[in-house]
Structure formats: C-alpha cells, structure tokens
Design a protein. Structure first.
Length: 65
C-alpha cells in the first residue's frame, strides 16, 4: 500500500523524466544523422581532392617527359 502511494506520488516526476529522456534521444538521433551526413560529405570531398591531385601529378609527369 505504501509502495503504491509512493509510486503514484512520483508519477508526475517520472513522466517528466521520460519526456526529457525522449527529447534527448531525438536530439541524439538528429545529431547522429548530421554527423553521418558530414562524414559522407568529407569522404566525397576527399575523393575529389585526391582525383585532382592525381590529375596534377599526371600532368607534371607528362610535362617532365
């Protein structure tokens, strides 16, 4: 009986905490998606830079011949 009373009294606090936890989880999911997008962008840009570097190296090599 005392346990039920305590749990009932705590309900507003536990409900609020659950809302906070859910909000944090949503925010973390969004951040995770943003980080994944940024990583993909970095990989794409690195690929472009590497391709340009290789073009420059081939151009120099052909100029040296």
């Amino acid at each position: 009986m005392v346990r039920k009373l305590i749990l009932r009294t705590m309900q507003p606090f536990t409900r609020y905490q659950q809302e906070v936890n859910n909000g944090l989880l949503r925010a973390l999911d969004q951040l995770n998606d943003q980080v994944a997008d940024l990583r993909r962008e970095i990989v794409r840009e690195r690929g472009q830079l590497l391709a340009e570097l290789r073009r420059q190296q081939r151009r120099r090599a052909s100029d040296d011949d």
